[in-house]
Design a protein around this ligand. Sequence first.
Ligand SMILES: Nc1nc2c(ncn2[C@@H]2O[C@H](COP(=O)(O)OP(=O)(O)OP(=O)(O)O)[C@@H](O)[C@H]2O)c(=O)[nH]1
Ligand SMILES: [Mg+2]
Ligand SMILES: [Zn+2]
Length: 288
Amino acid sequence: MGSGIIIQSLSGFYDVMAEEETYRCKGRGVFRNKKITPLVGDMVEFDPEEKVILTVKERSNELVRPPVANIDQAIVVISAVEPVFNSRLLDRFLVLVESKRIDPVIVISKQDQILSADEISGYRNMYEKAGYTVILSEPESLEAMQQVKELFKDRTTVIAGQSGVGKSTLLNAILPSLSLETAEISKSLGRGKHTTRHVELFSINGGLVADTPGFSSLEFDDVTSEALGECFPEIREYDPECKFRGCLHDKEPKCAVKKAVEEEEIGRERYDHYIEFLHEIQNRKPRY
Ligand SMILES: Nc1nc2c(ncn2[C@@H]2O[C@H](COP(=O)(O)OP(=O)(O)OP(=O)(O)O)[C@@H](O)[C@H]2O)c(=O)[nH]1
Ligand SMILES: [Mg+2]
Ligand SMILES: [Zn+2]
């Protein structure tokens, strides 16, 4: 028996990596009855002789689209231009990642295409002030590539973000031997699809990294209104000072979060998105 991690799933087979070797395994027959579906990122016990996965260990978290488990970190890539920088979309990604207890890092790509550095520096400050690491990148920036590569060490990372922002390009710049497929925006958006379609974990700098087709659903289905504030680090920080326990920082009086927004300690745009998302969650139709 051996233990390993699933790095790829291909029509009924799972590639299990153990001690630098990869074994193409099937799931055990009983998985079907027990409704156990192994995922990329799963830690498993397997039989290397028979090439069968015997047990799937408990997951620390899992994403549905893309289907991947046990993620420590997400590099959320957003482009400075084309697709145009969109802080609302970035905040959506951050909430989804935080709600799964995954550590986010922000990469703003396509720095070579911005007209002036001011366009992005205000946003950079806002997100850094909120508590995030922000890396400005373009494939030619060795410094940015080195910084991202360092983040991969000893953990499992997913690269997330909208189609065309340069997720695959970033990984290719860090490790050219990956030769991941990339596409001009017009083509990928024209098809309405991501160029990257399947999920695979690659070993880079002592860690595992998954290029992903972004997140195909950006709905807050699993986030409650009470939990939303927890997904904004700067709101999480001020929340204990609110007068009322369970304050949602909306209409409540004596709210420390709203005060921090007035005093420009919390970014106005971040707060506005928080309120927008809160109302979206509150107006969500119950699901049966
Ligand atoms: N100028 C410039 N172009 C970039 C940069 N990063 C990516 N691109 C280009 O943007 C396009 C899309 O890049 P991809 O790496 O395919 O984007 P992706 O995020 O992997 O997209 P999906 O796989 O569809 O989700 C390609 O034409 C890249 O060459 C950058 O930093 N600067
Ligand atoms: Mg891609
Ligand atoms: Zn409050």
